[in-house]
Ligand binder design. Sequence first.
Ligand code: MN
Length: 134
Amino acid sequence: MDIFKAGSRPSGSGSADYFTGDVTTDPIVSAAAPARVAALRVRFAPGARTAWHTHPLGQTLYVVSGAGLVQKEGEAAVRILPGDTVWIPPGEKHWHGATAGNAMAHIAIHEALDGSNVTWLEQVSDEDYAAAQE
Ligand code: MN
């Protein structure tokens, strides 16, 4: 048994290659192979969001604080609030993040396929992000 005490594992930062704005990550589950599940808490400052991306085996998001947005390509963005759970099916192009005016934190849970749990695509443009606020 491993007990990871709060504060015992350092936070990370979302890479500017894949995120816009200030994004902080904290590990929850980093299972060794052959397990392939991973879970992390992700905190987005107001205005911060992921780039567009897909997950090979899907992803679950559980919102823990603030006010956020999630958008599936071709559909309007949806506002998400603490207690909301979002399931993103395998291969579905999407992004998630904070609203322009509020920070948001979610827990993200996903599995790796052939060692990868995400395929990053283009950034969410400021125009698309602004439209998502409405
Ligand atoms: Mn995702």
